[in-house]
Write a protein that binds this ligand. Structure first.
Ligand code: ADP
Ligand code: F6P
Length: 319
């Protein structure tokens, strides 16, 4: 291959820029040119792209978001748009694609590969929910943002002797809620992967109160229910008053942590190698601290699961 392209797709994640930089620099190192496609698959369909040289990815390693912009592009599920994009790439002599995104974006990469356009996936999402890799780019930064926010909420919670519900992102995945809950010492954590017991949550709050605790922190992943909904239920069922804090999109922003930058550097570079080695329809990831690559189809067969031992541990530690 002499020319490849890179795009970012789906929800943005801190470290996507570091991954773009890694793709460009690694490819250039091997004498391969890289086109940066704007707005994910939307730009792929339109052929909206420009050459990224060594200098164009300078000064972005520390920046959150994505220099290439991102989008959700529902029409890309249709083959006619995929073929339209492939034609645009052929016109520009682009021979392969690195897709940085979540599992939806991986479906796009897989569809393109099946149509003969080699694509490789790099896991970029704060949700940490891509099967086959232990970590995704952006998770560590988002986790630290959430923990820092909860620490701050805890200060005011203690001062005013209030209990708080903190709603975090995670429509289908609870890693962010679970890890943040463990790191911030939350009393209860609600994640989409595990059924929750309302009586247990109420019990924990009451036991804490009886021990003289000034507040409780409950973390709920948005996929379970909204913080407001949970507050209403606690009030109606047990007369417990809580304040609600919805962290929202701030969780996706900010300068990537050192860990995310290193992960992005390693995975972006490996994705280029995989393409140049002739890998087709593959994803890169990390397992036991080692960079791996595996078939996208394998990823689709697996299901991301929350680490149940962390869930159990958090319950044991927040008695
Ligand atoms: P994420 O990649 O973060 O999971 P989405 O699920 O929104 O985010 O997917 C991002 C984009 O990937 C979608 O907007 C669409 O363009 C593309 N995509 C998702 N599913 C498919 C599919 N089944 N076939 C082709 N492209 C898809
Ligand atoms: O990036 C992943 C994610 O943050 C999910 O946790 C959440 O469900 C979704 O994106 C929300 O994204 P948006 O508000 O952009 O639709």
């Amino acid at each position: 291959m002499k020319k490849i392209a890179v795009l970012t797709s789906g929800g943005d994640a801190p470290g996507m820029n570091a991954a773009i930089r890694s793709v460009v620099r690694k490819a250039n190192y091997h004498g391969v040119e890289v086109m940066g496609i704007y707005r994910g698959f939307e730009g792929f369909i339109e052929g909206n792209m420009e050459l990224l040289d060594l200098g164009s990815v300078g000064g972005i390693i520390q920046r959150g978001g994505t220099k290439l912009f991102s989008s959700r592009c529902p029409e890309f599920k249709e083959e006619k748009y995929q073929l339209q994009g492939i034609a645009k790439m052929s016109e520009a002599n682009v021979e392969g694609l690195v897709v940085i995104g979540g599992d939806g974006s991986y479906r796009g990469a897989s569809a393109l590969t099946k149509l003969g356009f080699p694509s490789v996936g790099v896991p970029g999402t704060i949700d940490n929910d891509i099967p086959g890799t232990e970590y995704t780019i952006g998770f560590d930064t988002a986790l630290n943002t959430v923990v820092e926010s909860i620490d701050k909420i805890r200060d005011t919670a203690t001062s005013h002797e209030n209990s708080f519900i903190v709603e975090v992102m995670g429509r289908d995945a609870g890693d962010l809620a679970l890890w943040a809950g463990l790191a911030a010492g939350a009393e209860s954590i609600l994640i989409p992967e595990e059924p929750f017991d309302l009586d247990d949550i109420i019990d924990r709050m009451r036991r804490g109160e009886a021990r003289g605790k000034k507040h409780s922190i409950i973390i709920v992943a948005e996929g379970v229910m909204s913080g407001g909904e949970l507050a209403r239920i606690l009030k109606e069922k047990a007369g417990i008053h809580t304040r609600v804090s919805v962290l929202g999109h701030m969780q996706r922003g900010g300068s990537p942590s050192a860990r995310d930058r290193v992960l992005a550097g390693r995975l972006g570079a490996r994705a280029v190698e995989v393409l140049l080695e002739g890998g087709r329809g593959r994803a890169v990831g990390i397992k036991n601290h080692q960079v791996i690559d595996y078939d996208l189809e394998e990823a689709f067969k697996m299901k991301h699961t929350a680490e149940v031992s962390l869930y159990t541990l958090s319950k044991e530690l927040s008695i």
